[in-house]
Design a binder for this molecule. Structure first.
Ligand code: ADP
Length: 179
């Protein structure tokens, strides 16, 4: 599914983010950038050990929730990996929505700073961090849409949804937004 916003587009696909041919791939990391399971484990496995080495050297302090840092992409086809830290869901009363928006926003800023024309996001915070999928879809897409309409960059933002459930949630939210 593809929706155009000005000269940019948001695309939804179901699949594995590590196989995407884009300039930057976003990793849903933890604040220590210590590696983990889920999409983080998949990205580190596919990229190889240089990713963790570079992360340790460049960002020994880790990365705060709602922010993002950039590394090269090791063996991945992308040029960069942007490691961002989404919020842990605590019922919605702990600023989760703003922190989730901030994580996406910072990655998009990094994409512009690194002259990336395309970027792929996973559904940040919707795995072990427990953010409800429908709410995450709405907030994530609204944040990206606003950025694209304001900045007109990057050209392509692809959401790579791992299963049918997350793809469906994002497709419903994007359809509602395009109406
Ligand atoms: P978080 O800690 O931010 O919740 P997770 O890695 O646990 O991060 O999950 C984030 C989302 O990424 C989940 O919806 C999960 O199903 C999805 N995911 C897991 N592996 C991959 C992958 N290889 N490609 C794309 N999405 C993935």
């Amino acid at each position: 599914m593809i929706v155009q916003f000005g000269s940019c587009r948001i695309e939804l696909v179901q699949g594995d983010i590590t196989s995407q041919q884009v300039d930057a791939i976003v990793n849903a990391a933890n604040s220590r950038l210590a590696g983990g399971g889920g999409v983080d484990g998949a990205i580190h496995r596919a990229a190889g050990p240089t990713l963790m080495e570079e992360t340790r050297v460049k960002y020994p302090e880790g990365c705060p929730t709602g922010s993002a840092v950039a590394t090269s992409a090791g063996r991945l086809a992308a040029k960069f990996v942007f490691h961002t830290v989404g919020p842990i869901w605590r019922g919605g009363v702990a600023g989760e929505a703003d922190l989730l928006a901030s994580a996406y926003h910072r990655c998009l800023e990094l994409a512009v700073e690194h002259a990336c024309r395309s970027i792929a996001f996973p559904a940040i915070s919707t795995g072990v961090y427990g953010y409800p999928m429908d709410l995450a879809a709405e907030r994530s897409l609204a944040t990206v849409r606003k950025f694209l309409l304001e900045q007109q960059h990057p050209e392509l933002v692809r959401f790579v949804l791992f299963d049918g459930g997350s793809f469906g949630a994002f497709a419903r939210a994007l359809e509602a937004m395009a109406e």
